[in-house]
Ligand binder design. Sequence first.
Ligand SMILES: [Zn+2]
Length: 309
Amino acid sequence: MNTPDTDPDILHEQARLLRTMTTSLEAGDPIAYHRAQERFAHLTWLREMKAGRRGETLENHTTPRYTWRTVGDNRVRNRHAENDGKVFAWDNPPPTGHPGDDHNCRCWAEPVPDEIKPEYARLVLKGHPSDNPNKWWGPEFIKHFYTGNGQSVRLSEIGHFFSFLIFYLYKISRGRHNTSERIARQIIEVARSRKSGATSYHFENSYSEFGTYHPFFGGGTASGDFSGTIEPDGAYIRINGNIIFNYGDSFTDVLNLREIWSGDSDPIGANWGERLISDFGGTYYEIYEHWTMDFSAYVLLDPAASKYE
Ligand SMILES: [Zn+2]
């Protein structure tokens, strides 16, 4: 059984966010909702910082210098505690190395705010379905296959929305970029070619990587529809809009029999005889979800000069 995160700080932050999110949804309180959005932004930042220190998504947050931060508990190494709050340059590491260089080091590098380039691209979760606290782990998927009469289920209904979203946006990387960065870059590219006015953009991908999120997922399709406006601002453009996301997958062919025989486990393409053999009399069902995220960006119009090249 895979869980998308094992880092204790991220798990802790994720739990805090879920609590805040649940409170805000139940109360319908806009201030609570705003607080939840801040928590989500913080979690995103924490995640990128942790990934950044391993050199994966460094460019999004790299400034020439950073402030050393520690978790602040009694397990912090003495030499790292001495670095806490001090400013170091990425091209001139202190004798201890950079935060995170040591095995199991939980320190992180906080960018020096004045040095952050004005360019940014941000995805913020907006319409958010509430996760069922009774998450389906394994047997529930099989049980629904045999007793659910093919009834579709939403990710949130089975408690998988939030962890799945994090996996989809931040854990799947193709080339140098994770999904959130690739989506941002695709929208920016379209916006640069239009230069101003209203615009829309559709994207869609199948991900075999979902299988590493959970063994019963895999081959699912995620798509999104961006609509928004582009506003020129000197050498920059400002992009504002939202993305409606859709995810869908079929729970079927548990042992991948059709996949092995015919290279395709899509239940629509199989006749009932093939389905009977490969599904052992179960009824396939759809796992799906939709949600909305705000997208905003402020980037240089000239890709050659931009960090979003
Ligand atoms: Zn440390």
